[in-house]
Design a protein around this ligand. Sequence first.
Ligand code: COA
Length: 396
Amino acid sequence: MSKLATNTKKRDVAIVGVGSTPIGEHWDKGLRELTWDASIAAVEDAKIRGKDLELIIVGNMSGGMFVGQEHVAALVADFLGLKPTPAVRVEAACASGGVALRQGYLAVASGLYDLVAVGGVEKMTDVQAGWATSILTGAMDFEWEAYFGTTFPGIYALMARRYMHQYGLTREKLAEVAVKNHYHGSSNPLAHFQNRIKVEDVLNSSLVADPLRLYDCSPISDGGACVILAPAEKAKQYTETPIIIEASTQASDTLSLFEREDICTLDATVEAAKQAYSRAKISPKDVDIIEVHDCFTIAEILALEDLGFCKKGEAAKFYEGEQTYVGGTLPVNTDGGLKASGHPVGATGIKQVIEIVKQLRGEAEGARQVKGAEIGLAQNVGGSGATVVVTILRRR
Ligand code: COA
């Protein structure tokens, strides 16, 4: 495993503006319009002008395959009327947004830039679901996994089956992840799905890849999200409630699942989390709220363990007594997670961080506001864990 980077960061970095589109099927909007809507909302939230931005970073997994559009960052700068501001696209599969945010964080922390927009966008529903599934398989080891017919539901089903065998997780308990996330999604006006479900609905939904069923899966979504970053010492110029990025860490693992010693652990999550807690000088018990990458229900179970909230094999205990709900001891995925709020892959990592920012500001809509939250953590996963980004945010 990699060594902890030893350089101390030059400056603290704050999020001073956020904006996102509703997540779902946007038949009337393309990549550029989704980016426009999210960026304008973030720029207005930070009370700046677009022209004040010094750098634009865009997380996007596969504009070329989903809508035929490459060179996405230049498109964004052009469509927003921001030329000649430099614009960079970041691709790291479903962690594109998280890695983009980390690049923006590094740009501001280094002292090179003061005002940076970091966006994420994906337009996935213009293609049929089967084709979307094929495009997504490009994020796994194509020659050794996808070529032989594996899909992401299939990969996560292998993890789920192994975990159930090894730790005795029941199918009913796994379903509770989806029930909780749909419950939270019902309070999120931007969520792809806002309907509440019961355990029986999950168990009776159509089989996708045994043991995973429809309600165990995140959907195929369109959406955009954007945050504005500034040095912490200047943040109050833009907002009364800057949210500080205490840590933004990233780790890598094998692209293919079969090369891992233990498929019930994402080593990259363990490593990125270890570095993040060290940088932020906190431990898991200090965290009030988390957004984790529940692309499939089993992924949320693994995340709770790999992030250090409990021992391996014990995450299911969190689903007793509504501890992971708003009002519980560890609210998880208060926006509905990827399962209910949606998974527009390039935007997801930014969308997760926006939920934490809203919670820490006390601005989460409806019944999902967590009272008095001060520290939040987001975990964004690329593929089956080859890339993981962990971000720790704090209200000061
Ligand atoms: N959860 C709940 N409902 C879903 C859903 C999901 N994940 N996906 C689709 N639906 C609903 C649709 O809204 C639709 O409802 P309706 O009939 O009331 O309109 C119905 O199910 C059928 O939708 P459809 O688009 O035909 O579903 P599908 O069978 O083609 O696709 C999945 C379902 C689960 C296969 C697809 O969402 C999927 O592949 N998800 C995983 C995406 C992924 O791998 N992301 C990367 C993760 S690493």
